[in-house]
Structure formats: structure tokens, C-alpha cells
Write a protein that binds this ligand. Structure first.
Ligand code: FAD
Length: 551
């Protein structure tokens, strides 16, 4: 009887166990099915780029807390680069490593990053064709591996930036350095070192030294100006002390611009201050000159005041004159009819690419549709025409346009492109505006804009589930908040053109601002690690000078 009772107890135990296992299994299966369903419901986002726009979008999306999206990032650069300090990196003031931050640190394990380049956006198929470089390693042969793959998306974020514009000037790509990437900064640094080492050799003649140590910066915008200033600091604060065979008179730094002043996007009084500061520091400003060709060891320019050609010799020429549309964006624009004649992808106020429902573009790759800026520019013309003779000089018109630049940043570019030294009638000006309509950006191509756009879009995606079939009606529009522009002009001095946030200030300049500039550059770094590294580099440079070794 005892054994019969035992076997009954065993049967009951087995039955209870089996039921338990079945219930747990079913629950696990249900939760797996739920997870699968949730996974399938996720919107597939593909982000192209790891620069200012893309990184700010990723950070604002808060991936770790966001179950709505399945994110994949594609970029040939596996790090974020703090571009405003590239001139300082090119001259050894900061270490290039201090201004880069690995992109994987901004990602969660649930999303992936592919080190590849997007070649083509197939808008109808909702795919992106990407390619990666086949590595050539001594110990591992990857030959035969496919270099191209496709990624499908529900929503695509295009944040590929722009590329350097050579304006079709012959010889630029063959003879000039650029300053767009960390590699460019490294190449410039190596070149400056090499020129000084060669000039210092026992058999160098005075002619050799003068040729080797003549540096030309093409472009008087913020990048060119900061580079010329940093180069001047590097050479006259550090290099000159260590190369006994090199004399001050062997060295020349020249900056060329087509305007009659540098920093033309800044307030006129700031550009006048910077121009004057440069002249006093010994930088030779070649103004009112348009570059027509770059040949080996010389730049050919058209002097617009004398209307004659002249030649500017160089040992090293660095081209910093502006940007043009990225080829990937160009190819997409060609597929979309709403995109003709633009210098970057035309987007609406939600950064949605015109002619699509599922592609957003931000940063240098995009431009927001024009607002009423042209009619406002015409109103300004009428306002300035106090004589009522229907005419204004270029200078009067430029001043008027620049006065309102904080409200409408596009006016900076309109002013910059007013034909110099002439009298304009209203009809001339209207014709000029009609020409500009094809190419003008609505917001400047700056890190500040790209960052704000990325933040806006990331927040929009976080608050609403954007699935690639249009936007909710209550989605807010992007509004650019101009926080002002800073530029380093050398000798620990900087200038700031305050934005709307500090509209009560006209400008700040000098040493005090130099300290402000350094503090701002430190504070704006992508991570605490970068902030500490840049602060350390600035201090090290101040105490011990710049690192002038080849490594
Ligand atoms: P980027 O930051 O250029 O990022 C583009 C990204 O796209 C990169 O990660 C790139 O690797 C990736 N990419 C490129 N091609 C592909 C492809 N085919 N497929 C996938 N990914 C691709 N702005 C300021 O506001 N203040 C400054 O002081 C300032 N200083 C500057 C100094 C220098 C020397 C330079 C070059 C620029 C400076 N700028 C400054 C401008 C600023 O850097 C740009 O406006 C900003 O980087 C634009 O951000 P973005 O995200 O559009 O593009």
C-alpha cells in the first residue's frame, strides 16, 4: 500500500511539474513572440554620417531608453571630429587625438555602426548602397570579399556634410592642401615641419629657404583666418627659436581673399579689427584678389582693383575657400524633381527632404527652403535709398544687409555676393537676388546649425514615433537660434560676433575674448575625456610650446 501511495505521489509531482513547465514555456514563447512583434514594429533608421548633425541626432534620440527604433549608422569615419579646432591641430597647439571621440561611445549595443561609405540612395527601393575598403594586410587575405552591401530603411537621415569647393580653379587639387579632416590637419603639420627641417640643412640657399618657408592660405573666411593665425603663432612663437639657419626675413605668411577685408561674414568693425591685427602681426593680406589658377609653387590671381593678373609664390598653399554639395546628396537631388538647381538638399522646416516622406537631411548637406528673406532685402534697399534716386553703392547696401544679419543669417551671404565697388539700381539688385535664389543657403553651413538641427530632429523622433509615412500635425518646426560666431585671430586674441542671444553687445575682441574662445572650445567638446585632453593641450602649449616633432 505504501509503495502504491508513493507511486501516486510521484505521478502527481510529475503532472504538476509538467504543467509548470508547459505554463513557463508558453509564457516564454509569448514573451518571445511579443519581443519579435515589437522588434518587427520598430522603425528602421539608417543614419549616414558621424559628424555634428548625426552625433547630435543620436544623442537627442536617447537610444538606451528608446524602444521605437532600430538604428544603423554608416560612415567612413568611426569617430566624431571637433572641426573648430582643426586649425589648432594642424599647427600642434592641440593633439588631433584630443578632438576626436569614438562614435561607438554614442551608441547602444542594440544598434550598429558600419565603417563604410554610402554610394547611392535608392529612394524608390528604400535602400542605401554602401561600400567599404578592402583591407590589405600581410597576415590575412580578405581578397574576393564583396566590397558592396545594401541596407534597407524606413527612415533615412542624411548627415554627410559637404565637400571642399575648388570653384573649378585649375591646379587646386594637384598643388594645395585642404583642411577638412583629421588627416588633412596631420598632413599640414608634417609639411610645415618638413619645410623647416629642409630650410635648416647646411646646403640650403637663401632662395631655397624663402621658397620653402612661404605659406599661402587661400580664403579669408573663419577657417582660413584661424589657420593663418595659428600658423603665425606656431612659427613665430616656437619654430623660429629652434632653427638657427632660418631668419625671420626668410618666412612669409600670405592670405588671399576676393573681398577688401577678411572675416566678411562678421560685423564690419570686427573684420576691420582682425584685418588690422593681422597686418600688425606680419601676415601679408592680399585682398580684392580672385584666384584664377594654382600652379606649381605659385598662385595666379586677378587683382580686382587694378584689373591685372599677378603671381603669388608659395612653398605650401592651403585651400580653405568654401564648400559644395556632397556627391551623394547631389545624386539624390537628381532623382528628386523638387530639388533642381540647389547647392544642398532642399528641406522643409521639419528637415524633411522636399519630394520625399522618409528622408531627412541636416547640417551642411541640407538647406531649408527660403523664407521672406529676399523681399526683406528689397525692403532694406528701399529703406537705404534716402535720396530716392533709386541707387545705392555696394558698400551702403552691404552695411544695410549686415545690420539685419542676426535675424536673417542669409543676408550675410547676399551681402558677400554684392558686386564690389559699384552703384546698384533696384533692378540690378533684384536681378542679383534672382541669381542667388538658385544657390543661397537659408542657414549658414556651421557646426552650430548642424548641432541644433540634429538636436531638434532627435527630440522630434523621441517624442513622436516617426515611421517614414509623414509627420504628426502637431510636430514643431525647426527654428535656428544664432548664438554668435567666434574666431581666433592669433596672439591669444579672438573676436566674437554675438548672435541673437547677446544682441545687446556689438562685438567683443582682444585677449579677454581669447580666453573666452579657449574656454568655449573646451566646454563644447563631445565628452569629459575630450574636455580634459584639450584643456591639458592648451596648458602644455602655453608652458612648454607646441610639439614640433614629426610623430
Ligand atoms: P560633418 O560634421 O562634416 O560630418 C559629415 C559626416 O559624414 C562625417 O562623419 C563623414 O565621415 C560622413 N560621410 C561623408 N561621406 C559619407 C558617405 N558617403 N557615407 C556616409 N557617411 C559619409 N563651424 C562652426 O560652427 N564653428 C567653427 O568654428 C567651425 N570651424 C570649422 C573649422 C574647419 C577647419 C572646418 C572644416 C569646418 C568648421 N566649421 C565650423 C564648420 C563645421 O565643421 C560644419 O558646418 C559641420 O561639421 C557640419 O556638420 P555635418 O554634420 O553636416 O557634417
Amino acid at each position: 500500500a505504501a509503495s502504491h501511495e508513493d507511486s501516486n505521489a510521484y505521478r502527481w509531482a510529475a503532472l504538476v511539474g509538467l504543467t509548470g513547465a508547459l505554463v513557463t514555456g508558453a509564457a516564454a514563447f509569448a514573451s518571445q513572440a511579443d519581443a519579435l512583434e515589437q522588434e518587427q514594429k520598430k522603425t528602421k533608421i539608417v543614419i549616414l554620417g558621424t559628424g555634428w548633425g548625426a552625433t547630435s541626432f543620436l544623442n537627442a534620440l536617447k537610444l538606451k531608453k528608446n524602444p521605437l527604433y532600430d538604428v544603423q549608422v554608416v560612415s567612413p569615419r568611426n569617430y566624431f571630429l571637433f572641426s573648430p579646432l582643426l586649425p589648432a591641430a594642424a599647427t600642434g597647439t592641440v593633439d588631433t587625438k584630443s578632438i576626436v571621440d569614438p562614435i561607438r561611445g554614442h551608441l547602444d549595443r542594440s544598434c550598429n555602426y558600419f565603417k563604410a561609405e554610402a554610394l547611392q540612395i535608392n529612394h524608390k527601393e528604400k535602400t542605401v548602397t554602401c561600400c567599404y575598403e578592402k583591407p590589405v594586410w600581410r597576415t590575412c587575405d580578405l581578397a574576393g570579399k564583396d566590397k558592396v552591401f545594401d541596407l534597407s530603411y524606413d527612415v533615412l537621415i542624411v548627415a554627410v556634410g559637404a565637400v571642399t569647393n575648388t570653384f573649378g580653379v585649375p591646379g587646386v587639387t594637384d598643388h594645395c592642401f585642404f583642411l577638412k579632416s583629421a588627416e588633412d590637419a596631420k598632413a599640414i603639420r608634417e609639411r610645415v615641419n618638413a619645410c623647416f627641417e629642409l630650410a635648416n640643412l647646411p646646403d640650403s640657399t637663401e632662395e631655397d629657404r624663402k621658397r620653402l618657408l612661404s605659406f599661402v592660405v587661400a580664403g579669408g573666411g573663419p577657417t582660413g583666418t584661424e589657420l593663418a593665425a595659428e600658423l603665425n603663432d606656431l612659427i613665430f612663437e616656437d619654430m623660429i627659436r629652434y632653427f638657427p639657419r632660418v631668419q625671420r626675413s626668410d618666412i612669409s605668411i600670405r592670405q588671399i581673399d576676393s573681398h577688401d577685408h577678411i572675416l566678411s561674414a562678421f560685423d564690419r568693425s570686427i573684420s576691420a579689427y582682425a584685418t588690422d591685427h593681422f597686418r600688425r602681426s606680419g601676415i601679408d593680406l592680399i585682398l580684392n584678389c580672385r584666384i584664377k589658377a594654382v600652379e606649381e609653387n605659385r598662385v595666379v590671381v586677378l587683382d580686382q582693383t587694378k584689373n591685372e593678373m599677378r603671381q603669388v609664390p608659395f612653398g605650401t598653399c592651403i585651400w580653405t575657400t568654401g564648400i559644395r554639395m556632397h556627391p551623394l546628396a547631389e545624386k539624390l537631388a537628381q532623382q528628386l524633381q523638387a530639388q533642381e538647381h540647389w547647392r544642398s538638399l532642399k528641406v522643409d522646416r521639419h528637415l524633411l527632404v522636399k519630394g520625399t516622406q522618409d528622408i531627412f537631411a541636416l547640417g551642411d548637406a541640407s538647406t531649408i527652403e527660403q523664407e521672406k528673406v529676399f523681399s526683406h532685402a528689397e525692403e532694406l534697399f528701399e529703406e537705404g535709398d534716402t535720396n530716392h534716386d533709386g541707387k545705392l553703392s555696394s558698400e551702403e547696401l552691404q552695411d544695410l544687409l549686415m545690420r539685419e544679419r542676426k535675424r536673417y543669417p542669409q543676408l550675410i551671404e547676399i551681402a558677400a555676393r554684392v558686386p564690389p565697388n559699384s552703384e546698384l539700381t533696384k533692378e540690378d539688385f533684384q536681378g542679383h537676388l534672382a541669381e542667388l535664389d538658385k544657390s543661397l543657403r537659408s542657414v549658414p553651413a556651421t557646426a552650430q546649425v548642424a548641432h541644433q538641427e540634429g538636436h531638434y530632429l532627435g527630440k522630434l523622433f523621441r517624442k513622436h514615433h516617426i515611421s517614414g509615412s509623414g509627420l504628426p500635425e502637431d510636430a514643431p518646426e525647426f527654428v535656428y537660434n544664432n548664438k554668435g560666431s567666434l574666431a581666433y585671430i592669433g596672439g591669444d586674441k579672438a573676436v566674437i560676433d554675438p548672435g541673437e542671444a547677446m544682441n545687446f553687445l556689438k562685438y567683443i575682441k582682444g585677449w579677454f575674448m581669447g580666453f573666452g574662445w579657449k574656454s568655449a572650445e573646451i566646454a563644447m567638446q563631445a565628452s569629459l575625456k575630450n574636455q580634459l585632453a584639450v584643456m591639458y593641450d592648451f596648458m602644455k602649449t602655453k608652458m612648454f610650446g607646441r610639439d614640433i616633432s614629426d610623430i
